[in-house]
Design a protein around this ligand. Structure first.
Ligand code: AHR
Length: 330
């Protein structure tokens, strides 16, 4: 709809330039649309799925912010499958939405569909996760966390906790969805920091697909294969919470026998942190909706936006979680 209005505005400008007497407003701007049109922006949003508490909070933030900004949101849930996201984006292109936003389930394989959006003149905004396309003109901006930094923060806490330890520290890692930006980056950021000291040994590392059920399943297998686990690093709270069930099921005490670091800081994770079952959480904020709507409006108004907008985030110890929980939004 927004594009139709822009076309009408262009016709009006042309008519004025040709002496056709096109209307302008008092401030010289374009006239308000009349005759049944409106200037509502339509956004097609292709969400990853509903794999975690983080994702649920992110979806809510996008939906509520679209409503508050007066943006007509078309929303689809890809159930963690890239082919579903590609289908959704193609459908948004066919429907001629004004702007497409999406959180890519994995980093690779987007060039063709992004070229189709570009050919249709529909701007794309990446939210939450990155793509590895070499052609940066395929999207207008990327809004989301610095996942490498999150991995580094997790590693730094571990290094500080074990500063006086001389023996090996055996770590197991629950990775996020294979090929996704947060799994790749949280792994590499963490590895970079702990790699400086050879006592830190990652003895097992496997994907738990960012879900609680898979986190439990993989942790069960880790516990059977490795009786000597000191630390679990889970790429999100949900996998950490699933792993806690596995650890308790194996007769061990989470947070004590096995120290646990997770990423996200959703309410359930923060509660487990406050209860002493998790030891440290690196925050990853899902509340991207307001900034996304703002960026979409700017892009459609032809304003310059930064290539990258990084979300501000913090970290939580057990004491900090107790203080933050009563006012935690998600
Ligand atoms: O892309 C953000 C990640 O995706 C969150 O950390 C995780 O919980 C979610 O599934």
């Amino acid at each position: 709809m927004f594009k139709k209005i822009m076309a009408l505005v262009a016709v009006g400008v042309l008519a004025t330039a040709c002496g056709g007497g096109g209307e302008t407003t008092a401030d010289g701007g374009a006239p308000a649309a009349s005759g049944g049109g409106d200037s509502t922006i339509t956004m097609g949003f292709a969400q990853v799925g509903a794999e975690s508490g983080w994702r649920t909070a992110n979806t809510k933030s996008v939906q509520e912010s679209a409503k508050a900004a007066g943006i007509d949101l078309k929303f689809s849930d890809a159930q963690q499958k890239q082919e579903n996201q590609i289908k959704a984006i193609r459908s948004y292109i066919q429907q001629k939405v004004d702007v497409i936003a999406f959180s890519p389930v994995v980093e690779s394989g987007w060039d063709t569909v992004l070229q189709e959006a570009k050919a249709a003149n529909i701007p794309v905004i990446l939210t939450d996760r990155a793509v590895d396309s070499a052609d940066k003109t395929l999207y207008k901006t990327f809004l989301g966390s610095d996942f490498v930094e999150e991995g580094k923060k997790a590693g730094q806490w571990l290094v500080e906790q074990y500063a006086s330890e001389t023996g090996d520290v055996n770590i197991v890692e629950l990775q996020g969805t294979t090929g996704s930006a947060p799994a790749n980056d949280r792994k590499s950021g963490f590895a970079e920091v702990i790699g400086a000291d050879p006592k830190f040994k990652v003895i097992a590392s496997q994907s738990g697909d960012f879900t609680r059920a898979k986190g439990k399943e993989v942790m069960d297998a880790f516990l059977k294969a490795h009786p000597d686990i000191d630390v679990l690093y889970a790429h999100n709270d949900d996998m950490g919470l699933g792993a806690i069930e596995a650890i308790e099921g194996a007769g061990k005490v989470p947070g004590k026998d096995i120290k646990i670091i997770t990423v996200d800081a959703v309410k359930d994770g923060m509660q487990a942190l406050a209860d002493g079952k998790i030891n440290y959480i690196v925050e990853c904020s899902p509340l991207l909706g307001p900034q996304l709507m703002d960026l979409a409006k700017k892009v459609l108004a032809g304003e310059t936006v930064p290539d990258r907008v990084v979300t501000e985030e913090t970290t939580f110890t057990q004491e900090q979680a107790k203080q933050a929980l009563p006012t935690r939004q998600y």
